[in-house]
Design a protein around this ligand. Structure first.
Ligand code: GLN
Length: 194
């Protein structure tokens, strides 16, 4: 029986929480693989880019010679689930910052954008996906999406701004669905793209 390889970009950040979320859902015929080097990118069915520090992640991708290959694979349609720093890493336009990004998500994003006092908060987030419904959004030093292009579909809003989006086979959230016990976003992502 053929199995799918779901990669976790494991250079930095909370990739382990994503791995646990996938394990909780327990997908048959899906192997979870930690991605740390160029050769790990081979034969992935999909990749999760976790939260963490987007500046560090882009620096490590470049240092380990993975940046261009990762970008090429995403352009060629590899499904991506990105959260928080992962979303920033994919954005075309990062406000006031010349950090390197993959530049594949047509959004303008501001890092750490909910103010210094409020580093983290929880808030209910209503998605437009019926199998996900309303979930608890866990925002940790979260970015804000200030603008998005016409190819970007908004999957969830919070305070009149998109917090979960889809562009082609890239799904990205400014919050942390991997911390939800029943992992509804991971479940939907795998069912939709794998
Ligand atoms: N503030 C982080 C960044 O700019 C993102 C925070 C997170 O991933 N929880 O990369």
């Amino acid at each position: 029986m053929s199995s799918h390889r779901i990669g976790l970009l494991a250079l930095q950040g909370d990739y382990e929480a994503h791995g646990k979320a996938l394990e909780r859902v327990g997908f048959p015929r899906c192997d979870i693989v930690e991605v740390r080097r160029f050769s790990d990118l081979e034969s992935l069915t999909a990749l999760i880019i976790p939260g963490g520090e987007s500046t560090v992640m882009s620096m490590l991708l470049e240092r380990f010679g993975m940046f261009d290959e990762l970008k090429r694979r995403i352009v060629n349609g590899m499904p991506i689930l990105a959260t928080c720093a992962g979303l920033i890493l994919l954005a075309k336009d990062i406000v006031g910052n010349n950090q390197m990004s993959l530049g594949l998500l047509d959004i303008r994003v501001k890092r750490n954008a909910y103010g210094r006092q409020v580093d983290s908060f929880h808030a209910p987030v209503q998605t437009i996906i019926s199998s996900i419904g309303k979930i608890e959004g866990i925002f940790i030093r979260a970015p804000r999406i200030l603008a998005s292009g016409k190819e970007v579909e908004v999957l969830a809003m919070y305070q009149d701004e998109p917090v979960m989006i889809r562009q082609g086979s890239i799904v990205a959230a400014t919050f942390h669905p991997e911390l939800l016990p029943d992992a509804p976003v991971h479940r939907w992502f795998i069912q939709t793209f794998i």
